[in-house]
Ligand binder design. Structure first.
Ligand code: PGA
Length: 234
């Protein structure tokens, strides 16, 4: 199984900047890419179609994800983008990010509905959680097709990452609760300097990167730093 590296651009980048980033990343990764890392780029939804066309190149390690999805199937919900609309463009959707919970009032019930929409339309939800209660809320859902991202609130956007040991403990607890097949990422102030210490942990399957994903060179540095020996088959 590949190590996952997810770029969460949040509310950043114009079309020109997104094109420049893709160009920069492709150049950087041509130098060193053993193909054991899957890179999932999650731009603002308006940039998804343009990136979709840029990412269709043979053997590209780049995949697309959305940062959010509507909890509704379709209808009178101004401003929303449904799972059905995203399907065909993206393979993954970040769901329940702490910024959605904090600034847009998303509840665990909303997150559950969004996860259900993703699974119904064959998209893989990357469910962001900061405590175990949020994990158990998704329990009734097919967990083998889900990814969890453990993102402690103090670490998101702060420059102060959790310790790899503590992140691994949390990942282990998620797997104990949900099943050993579920993939768990760590997110919160991941950089090229600390990424190795997280992906070397036995229960961490990848990372979710915010700030350090915005510059192509810095982000490529993260991808290239992931040591081959951590690229497990489990
Ligand atoms: P950060 O963001 O890397 O800037 O801490 C991570 C995230 O919000 O997913």
């Amino acid at each position: 199984m590949k190590t996952l590296v997810v770029a969460n651009w949040k509310e950043n980048k114009t079309i020109a900047e997104a094109e420049q980033w893709t160009d920069g990343l492709n150049k950087e990764l041509r130098i060193k890419n053993e193909g054991s890392v899957e890179i999932i780029v999650c731009p603002p939804s308006i940039l998804i179609p343009i990136l979709h066309s840029l990412f269709i190149i043979p053997n590209s390690p780049l995949r697309l994800g959305a940062q959010d999805v509507s909890k509704f199937e379709e209808g009178q919900y101004t401003g929303e983008v449904s799972a059905k609309m995203l399907k065909g463009f993206v393979d993954y959707v970040i769901v329940g990010h702490s910024e959605r919970r904090k600034y847009f009032g998303e509840t665990d019930d909303d997150v559950k509905l969004k996860v259900e929409q993703c699974l119904k339309h064959n998209l893989i939800p990357i469910v962001c959680v900061s405590h175990l209660k949020q994990v158990s809320k998704c329990h009734s859902i097919k967990v083998s097709q889900m990814i969890f991202a453990y993102e402690p609130l103090f670490a998101v956007g702060s420059g102060k990452a959790d310790t790899p040991e503590s992140a691994n403990e949390f990942a282990k607890k998620i797997k104990a609760e949900v099943g050993q097949d579920v993939r768990v990422l760590y997110g919160g102030s991941v950089t090229a300097e600390n990424v190795k210490s997280f992906v070397e942990q036995p229960d961490i399957n990848g990372v979710l990167v915010g700030e350090a994903s915005l510059e192509a060179e810095e982000f490529a540095g993260i991808v290239k730093t992931i040591p081959i020996r951590t690229r497990r088959t489990r």
